[in-house]
Design a protein around this ligand. Structure first.
Ligand code: UD1
Ligand code: UDP
Length: 370
């Protein structure tokens, strides 16, 4: 069996790493394609190093651009790779442009695609990722969900149940594996950044940072919160650009470059709270039991709110301040870990994929004319 994985942007790397390892254990022939959607060292290569991901066999070097440009580049550059490699299946991750573009190429060429992190819905079509989720899940042959809401969403959209499997959250596999290393790393970071009690901030959603009114009011609110709690802010390149374009300064916060995975996890597990709009961070804080305030009106990861430590504060900046104060007062939201977020998702997927291929081969053999 030959499986081809496609990754492109930062949150894909944590999801692909454990499955590459689990399939390696099963001696599956694998090919890795990097679309090049993210390309800065601290948004890409550093994750390959820290997560032990092998060098990609192909890099499509698509780089940045409008959604149409980026998606079109991925489609046209991935097609020849697929035609050359002829894998038995293509594995795509999450909801970035690389994911949807590749799912489209696979569907047109009749190659089976497998979507890891299927079924998540924010029900907000102004969010580019929601469009990518809808496209990918309509086209994928096998849909692997992280939580039961994913199965329900897919059922409602008419995806046959035989194609859908709840396997758990693969991002948590990477977290579980590297948490001890991250905990050991924290002592050094604490000295480096002069930390005691602190909050950690990440922001990169276009709805927050591309809209100057939102960006300004979030920036002012963070400055206000940092009077009570020092805030460390590893700044995503999209956000850095917007802050620079509008001459916005966050003088009270400590702004740093995007962090390598282990450093970010080290800080995340030690932080008093996270203030974020990241999908992955909502999940990781739920696993870690760290209170998370999400600056979004909705989430495609509802279990982080219903079961975990996440709270949606929307664009209500007063609420952000109030909730931050609650946490500082020791009244942060408690939570539990959702089912199957146990570090074993990749093993389950590898088992499913290898068993399924055997099944399908047997099925085909069963239909051969005598
Ligand atoms: C993308 C994903 C988003 C994901 C995020 C993770 C889509 C539609 N969006 O958003 O779902 O949450 O990645 O981080 O796929 N840039 C650099 N260096 C890089 C990468 C980007 O400078 O290595 C800058 C470029 O100016 C670029 C901008 O960041 O235009 C945005 O990058 P892009 O990949 O288009 O979207 P993200 O905001 O990173
Ligand atoms: N992350 C990181 N360094 C940072 C910020 C985030 O390693 O400076 C990790 C974080 O731990 C999580 C992932 O990046 O594993 C989330 O990716 P991101 O927020 O870029 O995308 P999203 O999940 O919103 O699509």
């Amino acid at each position: 069996m030959h499986l081809l994985h496609v990754v492109g942007a930062r949150p894909n790397f944590m999801k692909a790493a454990p499955l590459l390892r689990a399939l390696e254990m099963k001696k599956v022939h694998q090919t890795l394609v990097h679309s090049g959607q993210h390309y800065d060292r601290n948004m890409s290569d550093v994750f390959f190093d820290q997560l032990g991901i092998p060098e990609p066999d192909f890099n499509l070097h698509v780089g940045s651009g409008s959604h149409a440009q980026q998606t079109a580049q991925i489609i046209s550059r991935f097609e020849p790779v697929l035609l050359e490699e002829k894998p038995d299946g293509v594995i795509v991750y999450g909801d970035v442009n690389s994911t949807a573009a590749v799912a489209m190429v696979c569907a047109k060429l009749g190659t089976r695609s497998i979507h890891v992190e299927a079924g998540l819905r924010s029900f907000d079509r102004t969010m580019p990722e929601e469009i990518n989720r809808l496209i990918t899940d309509q086209l994928a042959d096998l849909l692997l969900t992280p939580s039961i809401d994913g199965n329900r969403n897919l059922q409602r959209e008419g995806v046959p149940a035989s194609r859908v499997h709840m396997v758990g959250n693969i991002m948590i596999d990477t977290l579980v594996r590297l948490l001890p290393t991250a905990q050991a790393r924290y002592a050094e970071l604490r000295v480096l950044y002069g930390l005691q009690e602190f909050g950690l901030v990440t922001l990169h959603r276009p709805s927050n940072v591309d809209d100057i009114t939102h960006l300004e009011s979030i920036a002012q609110t963070l400055e206000r919160i940092s009077a009570d709690l020092p805030l460390l802010f590893p700044v995503h390149p999209r956000t850095r650009q917007r802050l620079a374009e509008h001459g916005l300064r966050l003088n009270r916060l400590k702004l740093i470059e995007p962090l390598p995975y282990i450093d970010f996890l080290a800080l995340e597990q030690a932080a008093t709270m996270l203030i974020t709009d990241s999908g992955g961070v909502q999940e990781e804080t739920t696993y870690l039991g760290v209170p998370c305030l999400t600056v979004r009106e909705n989430t495609e990861r509802p279990v982080t709110v219903t079961i975990g430590t996440n709270q949606l504060v929307g664009f209500d900046m007063k609420r952000l301040v109030d909730e931050a104060r609650m946490i500082l007062g020791g009244n942060g939201k408690m939570g539990a870990i959702p089912p199957l977020w146990d570090g074993k998702t990749a093993e389950r997927i590898a088992e499913l994929l290898t068993a399924r291929v055997v099944d399908e081969e047997e099925h085909l053999v069963g239909h051969q004319p005598c």
